[in-house]
Design a protein around this ligand. Structure first.
Ligand SMILES: Cc1cc2nc3c(=O)[nH]c(=O)nc-3n(C[C@H](O)[C@H](O)[C@H](O)COP(=O)(O)OP(=O)(O)OC[C@H]3O[C@@H](n4cnc5c(N)ncnc54)[C@H](O)[C@@H]3O)c2cc1C
Length: 480
């Protein structure tokens, strides 16, 4: 499989000519195609699989929206654009594109309404007990809004909008978005893998080469091409180059398309990339939330995070900053099996010292960590990591146990956050910051809103939000 560039003079016949080509039919591609075709532009979606959906269809389906959406209001929550903006600016990375975050927050309520218009259903019911509702309830906490320090920076509000289905809702989201694309004037060509971009010597991208069962087809785009091919979690070479630590994660859940091909296509056309070393890394060990009363310790027997943080923050803290060595320590009162996935108990002990020995931790380390934690927990305080009072209780009732949170033997989930650099309208940029004429992108083929920290729902959220903008920009570009 090649992913490169071809010159127009190498093409004898264009098999097809349309206004806009969208490459990849996940959530971002569906949003781009819907918006492009709604302007009246002749739109063709190329999808390498035999149907649309991508990783979006395998996902939890949560979409991070706020600022007072109709769903938040129906569930009785107040939120503001400013609170959402302040939370995201504080929590989802260091090198944020402030303009994109601002636009996303300002457009969030309208974007929710747009999703509903496309047929995506949301139940106006709030699920309070975990970030992944096992019910069809529509609104959940999906970030660290209630945890320190964010609860002191911005008024917390639940912003995880979950399509109405029990279990993973991504399938319902994509069923509805693909149905909307089918009902739109956009055309979908499945089993078409885009392998090359056609680029003029002046840099403008004017078409693609796609293969269908080995046969090459040249398709010209009069106005623009939108790359929405997903991330690169399945490409070991790209992981080796950018974030080898993620290769240790057992569960790289993704559709086959998440092999970085769209990112490499863009790079071959001269695109810049951003945040290629960033991933969402989840360690879902504190669901149900009663387990937040335990403490997470590293290979030195030390705590390293407030355990009530979003499980993406736990995963990042454990894998990126503690080499993927961690255990959740509980006592007999706190013990319960995590909902999903079930976790192995690494060791059990009648005393903290016995547990510490069972885990092979340095002598006295866990014992002193628990002693310090329990000393303050008597007063419902956690002066070290500021865990919320409701999750602070002494861990004193034997037997003591340790859930395995080591990357080599337990479940972490990961997907990539970096990709092609785009402007706020989805135009792909070169390393000088210049627009590559005709080339657009959205979703995980591009660098998203998050540049490190994460909240569930931001990927489908920014993919669909900026996918719509990219589709519109491509469709309204002057024909080449
Ligand atoms: C288990 C799990 C749960 C998740 N839950 C959530 C969640 O609740 N909320 C959230 O926001 N995010 C979630 N994510 C992350 C989210 O699913 C992805 O980041 C998001 O779906 C990416 O969307 P996309 O449209 O960019 O790409 P995709 O949905 O992967 O779509 C890309 C499409 O492009 C096609 N394609 C790829 N290359 C080519 C090519 N060369 N030519 C033609 N077609 C091509 C692929 O086949 C695919 O259909 C989750 C991820 C996982 C793994």
């Amino acid at each position: 499989m090649t992913t490169g560039i071809c010159r127009p003079e190498e093409i004898r016949d264009w098999q097809r000519e349309v206004d806009v080509i969208v490459v990849g039919l996940g959530a971002a591609g569906a949003a781009a195609a819907l918006e492009a075709s709604a302007t009246g532009a002749e739109t063709l979606v190329l999808e390498c699989a035999s149907g649309g959906g991508g990783t979006s269809a395998m996902s939890g389906g949560t979409i991070y929206l706020g600022g007072g959406t109709a769903l938040q209001k129906a569930c009785g929550f107040e939120d503001s654009t400013q609170a959402m903006f302040d939370y995201l600016m504080a929590s989802v990375g260091d090198a944020l594109n402030e303009e994109k975050v601002r636009l996303y927050c300002e457009g969030s309520c309208d974007h929710y309404d747009w999703l509903v218009e496309q047929g995506v259903p949301f139940n106006p019911v709030f699920y309070p007990d975990s970030g992944d509702a096992p019910t069809s309830d529509g609104l959940v906490w999906s970030g660290s809004e209630q945890s320190y320090p964010y609860c002191e920076i911005a008024a917390p509000a639940p912003r995880g909008h979950v399509p109405a289905c029990e279990g993973l809702s991504g399938s319902l989201l994509m069923q509805k978005l693909c149905a909307a694309v089918d009902a739109s004037p956009a055309e979908v060509a499945t089993d078409h893998r885009c392998v090359e971009l056609v680029q003029e010597p002046d840099g403008s991208v004017v078409g693609v080469i796609a293969t269908k069962f080995g046969e090459r087809r040249a398709i010209r785009a009069r106005r623009g091409i939108v790359i929405t091919t997903g991330g690169f979690i399945l490409d070991d070479r790209m992981l080796d180059q950018h974030m080898p630590f993620v290769k240790g994660v057992h569960l790289r859940v993704a559709a086959n398309g998440d092999d970085g091909s769209g990112i490499r296509l863009g790079m071959a056309a001269g695109a810049s990339t951003l945040h290629m070393d960033k991933a969402s890394i989840s360690l879902p060990v504190t669901e149900p939330w009663g387990l937040k009363r335990g403490i997470l310790v590293n290979a030195q027997g030390q705590r390293f995070v407030n355990e009530d943080a979003y499980y993406g923050d736990l995963g990042e803290a454990a894998l990126v900053h503690n080499d993927g060595h961690a255990w959740l320590i509980v006592d007999d009162v706190i013990f319960e099996q995590p909902e999903y996935p079930p976790r192995e108990v690494s060791a059990v002990g009648e005393t903290p010292i016995e547990l510490e020995r069972g885990l092979g931790l340095p002598e006295g380390s866990l014992e002193s960590t628990l002693a310090l934690y329990n000393r303050h927990a008597e007063d419902k305080r956690d002066p070290v990591f500021h865990k919320a009072e409701q999750y602070v209780q002494p861990i004193v009732t034997p037997p003591f146990g340790a859930f395995d949170c080591n990357v080599e033997s337990s479940l972490y989930g990961a997907f990539t956050l970096g990709g092609l650099e785009t402007d706020v309208d989805g135009r792909i940029l070169d390393p000088e910051g210049n627009v590559i004429p005709g080339l657009h992108g959205a979703g995980r083929a591009t660098a998203g809103l998050s540049t490190g920290g994460y909240a569930s729902g931001l990927s489908l959220g920014d993919g669909t939000f900026f996918g719509r903008r990219a589709g519109r920009t491509a469709a309204t570009r002057k024909p080449g």
